[in-house]
Ligand binder design. Structure first.
Ligand SMILES: [Mg+2]
Ligand SMILES: [Zn+2]
Length: 180
């Protein structure tokens, strides 16, 4: 890692912070009862916050646009994720659109990853709510488990780290000692 300041951590949610389709859950998260947060992710988040950083969740929830999942369930699952993650998120943002949706209002957007909208909107929102906290792209790091996350980070101009590599650093001490 370089010694540049990195105040903002953008975290993909499914498969990064909580179990997703490719993990033990084996399917998409539908509601709060499905939420299982990775302890390693919480540990990494705790360290980030201890260093004074902000954490923003960014998630594609296209099931809303397709009518597969109810938005209230998505929101409730986000709140449960926030709870299990020790209330460490400063903000959670999700895209409710999908290109296969019937109505253009739900089919076209600038927020579905790999587009950069969720990151940009979140950064502007953070700046509006907290005067002085204006963080340009070089001050951000995004962590995700899918190619669209890496592409989103690239589009936004922030650094990217793979979720598995990120979580694997959680219970390894700085000195390289035994895992806990
Ligand atoms: Mg994911
Ligand atoms: Zn969207």
């Amino acid at each position: 890692m370089t010694d540049k300041p990195t105040p903002v951590l953008y975290l993909d949610i499914d498969g990064t912070v909580r179990q997703g389709k490719d993990d033990a859950l084996g399917r998409f998260v539908n509601g709060p009862e499905d939420v299982v947060v990775f302890p390693e992710a919480v540990e990494m988040m705790r360290r980030w916050k201890a260093g004074g950083g902000r954490i923003i969740g960014v998630s594609n929830q296209g099931g809303i646009a397709l009518g597969i999942v109810d938005e209230r369930q998505v929101a409730a699952a986000m709140m449960e994720t926030h709870r299990q993650a020790g209330q460490l998120f400063d903000k959670m943002a999700y895209c409710r659109h999908h290109p296969n949706a019937e109505h253009p209002e739900m089919a076209r957007c600038w927020c579905r990853k790999p587009k950069a909208g969720l990151l940009i909107e979140s950064a502007l929102d953070l700046a509006a709510r907290r005067p002085g906290e204006i963080y340009p792209p070089y001050m951000g790091l995004m962590v995700g488990d899918r190619p669209e996350d890496a592409a989103c980070a690239e589009a936004a101009g922030v650094d990217f780290e793979d979720a598995v590599a990120w979580r694997s650093r959680a219970f390894r001490s700085e000195a390289g000692g035994d895992p806990q």
